[in-house]
Design a protein around this ligand. Structure first.
Ligand code: SF4
Length: 250
C-alpha cells in the first residue's frame, strides 16, 4: 500500500478525511475462519481495481468517456482530465475500487520532494483508482523504443506493489500468453476471482488452498462487505464475518 501510494502520488489522508473519503488505491481486508482459539485463522486480502475485462461497469456508466479499456494491455484507464466528478463509476464498481478526491492533494512540508515526477497528481473533484502503475508502463515502453523494440520483455514492467512485496506474493504478467507464469497460475485449481459470478471478467486472480478463504470471497454476503471502511475491513460472512485471501495477480 505504501509503495502504491508513493509510486502514484496518492496523498496522505487529510485530518478531516473519514474511512469513506480517504484515498488508497489498494485496501487490505482481514478475514478469519470464524473458529475459536486456537483454531482461529486469518487471511489478508488486498482489493484494488480488478481491471474488469467484460462490460466494464465503470466504463459503461461514465458520461464523459473518462474510463477506457486499453485494447493493447487490457488495463482500465481513468482520465482525470475528462472526469466531471459525477461518481457514477463509484456506484457502478462492484469492488468499491474507485476514490473521489474531496480535496486538492496535499503533502506535509518537505514530503512534496518525494513525489514521483512521472505521475501527475489529481485535483479535487475527480475520481481515481489503480491503473497498474501506468507511469511505469510508459517508462518501460520508452526504454524499449530507445532500444528499437516495440514489445516489452516479460518482467520489464511490473507495478510497484509487485516489486515491493517482500513475500513475492503478487505475480504480474500477460494473461493472454498461455506460456506465462501468471497464465499458468490462473489456470490451476487454486486460483479464483472475486465476485466472478457478476460476469465482468476481472483480471485479478487470487490463490488459496483454504476452502474458507475461497468461500468468503465468493459468498454473496461478501459483496456488501466490500463497502468502504478502514484500511482493515472485513469481507464476507462467516460466523464472525469471515473470509479471505492472498494475492496472485495478473
Ligand atoms: S474493479 Fe471497479 S474500477 Fe476496476 S474496472 Fe472493475 S468496475 Fe472499473
Amino acid at each position: 500500500m505504501i509503495a502504491c501510494a508513493v509510486e502514484n502520488n496518492v496523498p496522505p489522508a487529510r485530518p478531516e478525511a473519514t474511512p469513506r473519503t480517504g484515498i488508497t488505491w489498494m485496501r487490505v481486508y482481514q478475514i478469519s475462519n470464524g473458529a475459536p482459539f486456537p483454531e482461529n485463522r486469518a487471511a489478508f486480502i488486498p482489493i484494488l481495481c480488478q481491471q474488469c475485462g467484460k462490460d466494464t461497469p465503470c466504463a459503461a456508466v461514465c458520461p464523459q468517456e473518462a474510463v477506457e479499456v486499453d485494447p493493447a494491455t487490457g488495463i482500465v484507464d481513468q482520465m482525470p482530465q475528462r472526469c466531471l466528478g459525477c461518481r457514477y463509476c463509484m456506484a457502478a464498481c462492484p469492488y468499491h475500487a474507485r476514490y473521489f478526491n474531496w480535496w486538492d492533494p496535499q503533502w506535509p512540508p518537505g514530503m512534496e520532494k518525494t513525489l514521483n515526477p512521472d505521475v501527475a497528481t489529481r485535483m479535487r473533484g475527480v475520481v481515481e483508482k489503480c491503473n497498474f502503475c501506468h507511469g511505469r508502463l510508459h517508462a518501460a515502453r520508452a526504454r524499449a523504443a530507445a532500444e528499437g523494440r516495440r514489445e516489452l520483455h516479460p518482467g520489464e514492467y511490473v507495478p510497484a506493489c509487485v516489486e515491493a512485496c517482500p513475500a513475492a506474493a503478487i505475480v504480474f504478467g500477460d494473461l493472454d500468453d498461455p506460456a506465462s507464469e501468471v497464465a499458468r497460475l490462473a489456470r490451476d485449481g487454486q486460483s479464483f476471482r472475486i465476485l466472478e459470478r457478476l460476469g465482468t471478467a476481472p483480471k485479478i486472480y487470487y490463490r488459496t488452498t483454504r476452502p474458507w478463504v475461497r468461500s468468503g470471497a465468493t459468498n454473496p454476503c461478501g459483496a456488501g462487505n466490500f463497502a468502504r471502511g478502514p484500511l482493515r475491513g472485513r469481507l464476507s460472512g462467516g460466523p464472525s464475518g469471515s473470509g479471505q485471501k492472498e494475492p496472485a495477480h495478473a
